[in-house]
Design a protein around this ligand. Structure first.
Ligand SMILES: [Zn+2]
Ligand SMILES: [Zn+2]
Length: 113
């Protein structure tokens, strides 16, 4: 079985591959797809597991990063909603201002009410 597309484009129906330059590793998630048919969710699950074990996300994942401006507190999330919730809760309880970054997007700032 050979690749039908040799142009370097990833085939999105195919096996998702996750790589991590910090670990210098690459993983194929095909078996999880076969089992679960959850598509991108297996990548997310992998990323969360990787974060839990190594403290960082793999390359293909660009996390939402909530970071407090006034204390060392902060966390990384796979989607905007939990990042925003974390920021709002932190701001409410500490009166701190929290920045939320996501890749090249604009930084969102959450300030205490
Ligand atoms: Zn890693
Ligand atoms: Zn804080």
């Amino acid at each position: 079985m050979s690749d039908e597309s040799d142009d370097g484009e990833p085939d999105y129906d195919n096996v998702p591959t996750v790589s991590c330059s910090r670990c210098n590793c690459e993983w194929e998630l095909s078996y999880e797809l076969d089992d679960l048919q959850v598509g991108n969710q297996s990548v997310e699950q992998f990323a969360l597991d990787h974060m839990r074990h190594t403290g960082h996300f793999p390359d293909s994942v660009s996390p939402w990063v909530a970071r407090c401006r006034q204390c060392p507190d902060g966390d990384e999330f796979l989607s905007e909603r939990p990042a925003r919730r974390w920021a709002e809760i932190h701001a409410r309880h500490t009166r701190h201002t929290v920045d939320i970054d996501h890749g090249d997007d604009e930084t969102t700032t959450v300030t205490p009410e």
